[in-house]
Design a binder for this molecule. Structure first.
Ligand code: AMP
Ligand code: MG
Length: 337
């Protein structure tokens, strides 16, 4: 299933990139000391994008990558220290990489999407990365506006052991992380990120069909959603469980594994015109739909990945196990969301 050249590249690149991200976190995020220092995530974002761009050029030459980052800041005089750090981390995987090459690799991701392209969020959930909670490396192949393949590397997520908390419980502190891969018409598959268990297991969404017992997943960052409206929805539908806050597309993996039922990205009052970035949704959306779930925008429209670097014609996101979808769309409409 996952042995086409594209799938093999994506799984291996995301796996390697997840280890690089974890290494940078381990070496650079030093507890409370760096609380307001964004440099670890900056270094990780650039290093992961450079590494994935390099592997793509090696394995599938001629492919286009659309990534979140571009190297302009690293080329400035003030960027010298960061570029040195990025290059030294990239060299742990690509020993011959030079600073110049690293900048060039990062900039491969900065264009406008053609008909067929790869899209990468090198570190999705940057706040989670800095808090040592959930984050994801997200890579997807998009063709004619549809996601063909999506892979998520979630170094802090242990599927089946996760208790729907954003932080791994202490007793699973030796979390092995998760790799989740979805193929159009081929299902969503999971395997541990590390360890000797390399067997893929198929994921499927929950069967829960009663709104009141839905387990809702939402962003930790209030600026990325509308928590007041989520509260109103919880009251209107008499939902008993408190929504679970989690950073990054790890939420989509949790939904696909049946460990949550509904994922909401409502419109933040501080950013009413915000449009979702394609790399924040491409891999996660296929992970959900191939596990049997459904994903649309707040108006029930399918996500359209043919509109450039954002989902320009969509508003917010509702992803569910399918059974709960219509009910939540109706309830959101009644709230005026
Ligand atoms: P999450 O971890 O689910 O909160 O999602 C993280 C992603 O939210 C980041 O990669 C950002 O690109 C994206 N983001 C930034 N601002 C907003 C916003 N106003 N509304 C929705 N998403 C946003
Ligand atoms: Mg992101």
């Amino acid at each position: 299933m996952l042995d086409s050249p594209e799938a093999a590249f994506a799984v291996e690149a995301v796996r390697e990139a997840s280890f690089l991200a974890r290494r940078i976190q381990r070496e650079m995020v030093a507890g409370a000391i760096t609380k307001d220092d964004k440099s670890p995530v900056t270094v990780a974002d650039f290093a992961v994008q450079a590494l994935v761009a390099r592997r793509l050029a090696e394995l599938l030459p001629g492919s286009v990558l659309i990534g979140e980052e571009h190297a302009a800041a690293l080329r400035l005089e003030e960027g010298v220290t960061a570029l040195d750090q990025v290059t030294s981390f990239v060299r742990t995987a690509v020993p011959d990489a030079t600073p110049e090459e690293v900048c060039g690799l990062i900039d491969r991701g900065s264009g406008e999407p053609p008909k067929r392209f790869w899209t990468l969020d090198p570190i999705d959930g940057t706040k989670g990365f800095l808090r040592r909670e959930q984050y994801a490396v997200a890579l997807a192949l998009v063709s004619d506006g549809q996601v063909e393949l999506g892979v998520l590397g979630c170094p802090e997520l242990t599927i089946h052991a996760t208790r729907l908390t954003s932080k791994p419980p202490a007793e699973i502190g030796d979390s092995r992380g998760s790799l989740v891969a979805a193929l159009r018409d081929g299902g969503t598959w999971y395997r541990p990120l590390e360890g000797s268990d390399s067997q893929w297991r198929r994921l499927s969404v929950s069967q829960r069909a009663v709104s009141a017992s839905a387990r809702i997943l939402r962003s930790v960052e209030k600026a990325h959603t509308n928590t007041d409206e989520i509260g109103q929805l919880v009251s209107a539908l008499k939902i008993t469980a408190a929504p679970v806050a989690m950073d990054s597309q790890a939420k989509y993996a949790v939904l696909a594994a049946g460990e949550g039922d509904v994922l909401l990205r409502l419109i933040s009052p501080s950013r009413p015109d915000y449009r979702e970035k394609i790399w924040d949704q491409a891999a996660g959306s296929l992970v959900v739909s191939e596990a049997g779930g459904r994903i649309t925008d707040l108006d029930g429209r399918p996500l359209d990945f043919s509109r450039g670097r954002t989902l320009a014609t969509n508003r917010g996101i509702v992803a569910t196990n399918g059974h709960l979808h219509e009910g939540f769309l109706v309830a959101l409409r009644e709230l005026g969301a």
